[in-house]
Write a protein that binds this ligand. Structure first.
Ligand code: PGA
Length: 276
């Protein structure tokens, strides 16, 4: 099994390239821009979740200046599954991580059970799993919290031992993802959700382990909102779709958060009070 050697400095910003760019030549240009940005903004980690066919070459070209990963893996490990890519294949092609459970994959049929299997396969193949979850919409009764909790616990249900430390959570409320809404969550609402996610993790894992897990936010993150979302939302970084496809907007995000840390104190204070 490949070792997870590349260390991650917080904040972590992963560009989700989705079905882009159209050609290998353009992918090389974009990867080059990412490595330049990584040299310029040294107090953070940049990652690129790219189409499978680009992984191997982009991993070589980015020379460990940026993490390179895939966007999904097969629920199967080998056999008659035309079109699938197994986690072992992705890992041996050089990927550092894979996204799993993205809402666009869930919309194409990924169930919570399939996502849990994939999370485990990704980790067992030596990569980190960038595990996406999030509600489709917010209802006034607060049912969305149950939905988030169910997705989160289901996705982590097959983990063993210290596997959780190789999971990067990506909270992506579906209503905020993509062109249709173009509205990110408010920092305040995100903060509430991050507290809820950490609490859920603590119920399943030890407090020290749960507090170490990286939580990213995804959904219409852009240069204008990144700083306040990171600070006030208390996340460790972003999974960025559209704004990561363009050098200027990717740079805008990086520039606004380079070397900045979320303010964890408020969470700890609140927690202490709660425990008393
Ligand atoms: P968006 O996508 O930033 O374009 O909203 C985020 C994602 O799908 O990961």
């Amino acid at each position: 099994m490949k070792k997870r050697t590349q260390s991650i400095k917080s904040p972590l910003v992963i560009g989700n390239w989705k079905l882009s760019p159209a050609t290998f030549e353009e992918a090389i240009i974009r990867a080059k821009e990412y490595t330049q940005l990584s040299k310029k903004y040294t107090k953070l980690t940049i990652g690129a979740a790219v189409p499978f066919v680009f992984v191997s070459e982009l991993k070589k070209r980015t020379k460990n200046l940026c993490l390179v990963g895939g966007q999904d893996v097969s629920v199967n490990t080998e056999g008659a599954y035309t079109g699938d890519v197994a986690s072992s294949m992705l890992s041996s092609a050089g990927a550092d991580f894979s996204i799993v459970g993205h809402s666009e994959r869930r919309a194409s049929g990924d169930t919570d059970t399939a996502v849990a299997t994939k999370v485990k396969l990704i980790i067992d193949s030596g990569m980190r799993a960038v595990f996406c979850f999030g509600e489709n919409e917010r209802d006034e009764g607060g049912d969305y919290l149950n939905i988030v909790k169910t997705q989160l616990l289901a996705g982590l249900s097959k983990l063993e031992g210290r596997d959780i430390l190789n999971v990067i959570l990506a909270y992506e409320p579906v209503w905020a993802v993509g062109r249709k809404s173009n509205i990110a969550i408010t920092p305040h609402d995100l903060h509430q959700m991050v507290i809820f996610i950490r609490k859920t993790l603590r119920e399943k894992f030890s407090t020290s382990v749960a507090d170490k897990v990286t939580i990213l936010y995804g959904g219409s993150a852009n240069p204008e909102n990144a700083e306040s979302i990171l600070f006030e939302g208390e996340v460790d970084g972003f999974l960025v779709g559209r704004a990561s496809w363009n050098k200027e907007s990717m740079e805008g995000i990086l520039k606004s958060i380079n070397g900045k840390k979320k303010i964890v104190l408020s969470l700890k204070k609140k927690d202490k009070k709660r425990r008393k």
